[in-house]
Design a protein around this ligand. Structure first.
Ligand code: LLP
Length: 420
């Protein structure tokens, strides 16, 4: 459920007509609903309420805007980060460093040191050497790093290949059969408090079966480690829950997921960590755009909008579906291809799609764009970096400016050796 709805024939975010935002900010622009973010945070938390000890770390990569992070921080969420930049965002949003989980397969020594300095609450170790380096850095600083070892359970999440992370050929985690040996070696190092295990098998997952199988495999490693005398008090179960991009394709609900977790982790006696991203922010955002032309095509018309693949990369990258709706629908429909202005055919949002009838100048939205939308934007074709707006009831605020090409050009220079 979200808070984007038609009121008197015009699409609103909460109580704000989207056309009003366009008057001030222009298009394209991302628009987020605070009430939807809060609802999703609450639903996710409630889904876990049957579990004894839980910690939710929002996967910042899904939507790193600091206003969005602030909304989630107020809901008691911590952050799952994968870079020093994301750590700065989490701290800027007022998140406690102890509530931050540092994931990622390529953390640099500088990033590890900065995270130790800040007091990050959990490091998810991806390879033995990283654990050795982290322990040495922490020891030299007179600190102890709380950490878990990420296991690659070799389970197919059944999602798009580019966002599948838990198969043995993927770059993530240590091979499950090597995990006990690596754990044993790392756990003896000074500077490191290795408390448990982590996993994350992919994103936009629609079938809880593979997730449950992966949890079972990690549970078995945990039992082996305990039998060998190691104490385990934390397991990080990752993120990955899918969202409905298409109305007739409904993923498992957070409540279904929570019930599965209860079943899969019964008797584990650990703190359970979660790293949801998409399910919290996905349908809390839309990309608002204006139709530039309706261009006749050989087979069907092209609706050319002023948003492009640089603003919303998911269709070009993963053939992802985003619903397209007119801001002031007439009730008429048309079949069209929807494309942006960027000069490649991959800049296509939809092919042969039944959509609300639109004409040049009309406003429209791409739905479910709150996750992996603005965060993946670029300035390709020297387009502006897309701005973001957060709505709260009847008011709204610009929470990220449009970065004009002039500003980007100002960071570039022609060197002396090219001077005329
Ligand atoms: N934890 C880890 C270690 C991750 O790598 C990810 C996502 C998450 C948590 C959050 O997963 P979520 O709950 O959002 O599924 N750009 C792609 C998605 C990439 C996901 C990367 N990792 C897309 O637009 O579909």
């Amino acid at each position: 459920m979200d808070h984007f709805q038609l009121i008197d024939g015009a699409l609103h975010c909460e109580a704000v007509p989207l056309s009003r935002i366009v008057q001030e900010v222009g298009t394209p622009v991302y628009v987020y609903s605070r009430a939807t973010l809060e609802r999703h945070a609450r639903v996710f938390r409630e889904a876990l309420s049957g579990l004894p000890r839980t910690h939710v770390a929002f996967a910042i990569k899904a939507n790193p805007n600091i206003a969005v992070l602030k909304v989630l921080q107020k809901q008691g969420f911590g952050a799952d980060i994968v870079s020093g930049g994301e750590m700065k965002r989490a701290l800027a949003a007022g998140m406690d460093a102890r509530d931050i989980v540092f994931s990622g397969v390529g953390k640099t020594r500088e990033e590890l040191s900065a995270a130790l300095e800040a007091g990050v609450g959990q490091f998810n170790i991806e390879l033995e050497e990283e654990g050795v380096v982290l322990a040495a850095l922490a020891h030299a600083m007179g600190k102890t790093a709380d950490a878990v070892l990420r296991v690659n359970p070799d389970v197919d999440a059944g999602t798009h290949a580019k966002i599948s992370t838990g198969k043995k050929e993927n770059k993530f985690g240590v091979p499950i059969d090597e995990a006990p040996g690596i754990f044993a070696r790392l756990s003896s190092l000074p500077g490191l408090n290795l408390r448990g295990l982590a996993l994350h098998i992919g994103s936009q997952i629609f079938d809880l079966g593979p997730i449950e199988a992966a949890y079972g495999k990690v549970g078995a490693v945990m039992a082996d480690l305990r039998a060998a005398g190691h104490s385990i008090d934390r397991i990080d179960l990752g993120g990955g829950l899918g969202v409905p991009y298409e109305r007739d394709k409904v993923p498992p609900s957070p409540a279904d997921y929570g019930a599965m977790v209860e079943r899969a982790t019964r008797g584990w006696d650990v703190d359970l960590y979660f790293e949801p991203g998409r399910v919290i922010v996905g349908n809390a955002g839309v990309l608002l755009t204006r139709v530039i032309w309706v261009k006749p095509g050989a087979v069907r018309p092209f609706v050319i909008v002023d948003a492009a693949m640089n603003d919303l990369a998911r269709p070009a990258m993963y053939d992802a579906w985003h619903d397209f709706e007119a801001v002031a629908p007439t009730g008429e429909h048309m079949e069209a291809n929807i494309a942006g202005p960027v000069c490649e055919s991959g800049d296509t949002f939809a092919l042969a799609r039944q959509i609300d009838a639109v004409k040049a100048g009309d406003l429209a939205v791409f739905r479910t764009a709150g996750a992996y939308g603005a965060t993946m934007a670029s300035t390709y074709n020297s387009r502006a970096l897309v701005p973001e707006v957060l709505v709260d009831g009847g008011r709204y605020a610009i929470v990220a400016d449009r970065i004009a090409p002039e500003t980007i050009i100002a960071a570039e220079r022609v060197p002396d050796f090219l001077a005329d």
